[in-house]
Design a protein around this ligand. Structure first.
Ligand code: CUK
Ligand code: CUA
Length: 665
């Protein structure tokens, strides 16, 4: 529409919007301050910026005035950047980067400090330290099916790892590596009270993947799996020694939906490549993307983890120990009624359980429908042993028509589905580049059940989407963010690698409305959105010397007046404090070949009084939050004079906060 004509239409709509704001506002009468209703200066701005009524409405809905807070936190995966990014919603302002599998020099993560070295060492893959990861699915800890704001989990698809973040300080507490598999994917899901973090494999490998088996023996010896990692909430740790794993066929396990409420105790994992195709194009094999898409149907794994847990506790479930992990073979899982399958449409992606736990939505990437499975029907078919047969691994397969509640034709390339608080589902459409809204069985607006209601174009090629609280038993609704893979023309050009694009959508009314675009770096896969008041992060570490990285009153804590240098042969321990605007000691004289152990305590108690410690020419930069102690060990193997300085502009005399480390030949 011509912008000028739109402007003519503007007054009524925006006038109403402003009126609503005035009414809903905190008693301030906006109109009183704007003679003549809208105010001529506002009109001038709207005109000069060529804003449409929709633009103005979107601006009013998303603007967070300076000094005010957002309503939600959104934690979005940073994909290959190996991190999770924290946004405020509805403003979509970026507030923090949480580095997990990758380094971040701003936060001194992986830039010399011992804690990150320890974390990265925990997460070695095939014996090698990895300094990056591919985060796909962030997940929040839950209590009774609702986000409790305590912990954040993220998977590293590339290396089969999981990171645990403590939301008191937004620091990584643990990185675990599944010794059985090379890659994971469907993880990122927690059982109803965070008893387990559920990790599914992605690409089939021998178990363990560090054992060589030629690809020719794919069907016989390659496998997938699902590992249940008990979460010790008090310690904030996943407990590897108590995990149990269920072996799965070497189809590619994709995404897992955790049972909720009525289906609590079950997990539903979709798969693709039921063909078990393996690549070898130089020898003339068909391309993987074709070979892995031959069959009309793939399999949804239906797993009763609660039963597995109970039988294990009673010693009634057989398992093998592989790489220290308890692995229940497929045949045993089948014999004990733990593992079933249902046929599901071609190349599925997304397995999303409704908040009430009654239905599971699966999207076939190559099928124009979403398929809704009924948990009740699945239970009845299992009880009646009503199977159409078994797959090649002896897993009973439920008849499609027996367990499907409905199919909704949504369009091309459906991927992921989330739900709101009013009985509607939202599916991301990769090929159609849209978010499609459809009704569940009892939509609040009384529409026909299982019906496509609206398709909202997004820009472009959406992957995941997230509804506020969408993964809980009681979603908050209100906002939806689509995490788009392509941005094309949606942001200022920045070279051939474009940003990704997050789009905020208002879902509070009967129709979805696009509110804003936010270009981001790193590929966002999934995201989770939690009410802001659920989080209670620390402002400073509660006592000097205690940090979430387990330095409880550590031996390296240095209090004011106790600063010192201790020499023990070639080992030199420097107990240092940092306080505006001084390091004590600020001169460290060393001889080449000595091993230095710096222990730096930030003795500030003031909020936001973080100091940095940058040491020239040693690849070291630390970020020391108020109350924290950071340790770093290194050998001085080169002579010279190396200034160190505070790398965080902390005070008027910040530039003077420095010292020298000298190394004599
Ligand atoms: S996957 Cu990325 S768009 Cu790994 Cu959750 Cu679907
Ligand atoms: Cu401390 Cu700058």
């Amino acid at each position: 529409m011509n912008k000028k004509i739109q402007f003519g239409l503007y007054t009524a709509a925006a006038g109403l919007a402003l009126f609503a704001v005035a009414l809903l506002g905190s008693g301030k009468n906006i109109f009183a301050q704007m003679s003549g209703g809208l105010g001529s200066s506002l009109e001038a701005i709207i005109k000069a910026r060529e804003l449409s009524p929709d633009d103005v409405e979107a601006a009013l809905k998303t603007f967070v005035p300076p000094g005010s807070y957002d309503e939600y936190y959104m934690f979005a995966s940073g994909g290959q950047a190996g991190n999770v990014e924290v946004f405020g919603v509805p403003s979509m302002r970026l507030m923090k980067n949480i580095p997990i599998f990758s380094e971040d020099s701003w936060q001194g993560y992986g830039i010399g400090d011992n804690e990150t070295k320890k974390l990265f060492a925990q997460g070695k893959a095939a014996g090698m330290t990895q300094t990056w990861g591919d985060v796909h699915h962030p997940a929040l800890s839950v209590t009774k099916g609702m986000y409790d704001g305590q912990f954040l989990f993220a998977n590293d698809k590339a290396n089969g790892r999981i990171g645990v973040v403590d939301l008191r300080d937004f620091h990584v507490k643990q990185i675990v590596k599944n010794p059985l598999i090379a890659t994971n994917h469907c993880g990122a899901k927690l059982t109803e009270n965070s008893e387990y973090y559920v990790e599914g494999s992605q690409f089939g490998t021998p178990l363990p993947y560090t054992k060589f088996v030629p690809l020719e023996r794919y069907k016989e010896e390659y496998r997938g799996l699902v590992t249940f990692w008990p979460f010790n909430r008090a310690e904030g740790k996943l407990e590897q020694s108590k995990t149990f794993t269920i072996e799965l066929p070497p189809y590619y396990q994709d995404l897992g939906g955790m049972g909720k409420q009525v289906s609590n105790g079950w997990v539903f994992i979709n798969t693709y490549n039921a063909e078990m195709a393996t690549p070898d194009d130089l020898k003339g094999k068909p391309p993987m993307e074709i070979a892995a898409s031959q069959r009309e149907m793939d399999y949804l794994h239906i797993i009763n983890w609660k039963r597995a847990e109970e039988l294990l506790a009673k010693g009634q479930l057989k398992y093998n120990r592989i790489s220290g992990m308890r692995v229940v073979p497929i045949a045993e899982a089948v014999a004990k009624g733990i593992l079933y399958q249902a046929a599901e449409p071609k190349s599925p992606h997304g397995s999303d359980v409704t908040p009430d736990g009654r239905f599971i939505t699966v999207s076939g990437k190559l099928d124009p429908h979403v398929t809704i499975f009924s948990f009740d029907k699945i239970q009845k078919a299992i009880a009646a042993k009503n199977f159409e047969g078994k797959d090649e691994f002896g897993i009973p397969v439920l008849r499609f028509k027996d367990v499907v509640e409905a199919q909704v034709e949504v369009g091309l390339g459906p991927l992921h589905t989330e739900y709101d608080d009013k009985g509607y589902a939202y599916t991301s459409m990769f090929l159609d580049s849209s978010i499609n809204k459809w009704s569940l069985d009892k939509p609040a607006g009384g529409e026909k059940p299982w019906t496509l209601l609206q398709s909202l174009p997004v820009h472009y090629n959406t992957g995941h989407l997230v509804v506020a609280g969408g993964d809980t038993i009681k979603p908050y609704g209100k906002y939806l963010v689509t995490l788009n893979k392509w941005s094309l023309d949606r942001a200022l050009p920045v070279g051939p690698l474009h940003p990704q694009n997050l789009q905020l959508i208002d879902i509070s009314g009967p129709t979805m409305k696009l509110l804003s675009d936010t270009p981001v770096v790193g590929e966002p896969h999934y995201a989770v959105m939690i009410k802001a008041d659920k989080l209670k992060p620390w402002k400073a570490y509660p006592e000097v010397g205690y940090s979430a990285l387990e330095r409880k009153a550590s031996a390296t804590l240095t209090l004011p007046g106790k600063e010192r240098v201790e020499r023990n042969g070639k080992d030199v321990h420097v107990f240092m404090t940092a306080q505006r605007s001084h390091f004590t000691p600020d001169r460290i004289d060393l001889n080449q070949g000595e091993r230095v152990h710096l222990h730096i305590t930030n003795i500030e108690r003031a909020e936001d009084a973080t100091h940095g410690f940058a040491l020239s020419s040693h690849n070291i930069n630390l970020s020391i939050d108020p109350g924290a102690t950071v340790d770093v060990d290194f050998t001085v193997d080169r002579s010279g004079v190396f200034p160190f300085y505070c790398s965080e502009f902390c005070s008027a005399l910040h530039m003077e906060m420095m010292g020298y480390l000298t190394v004599k030949k």
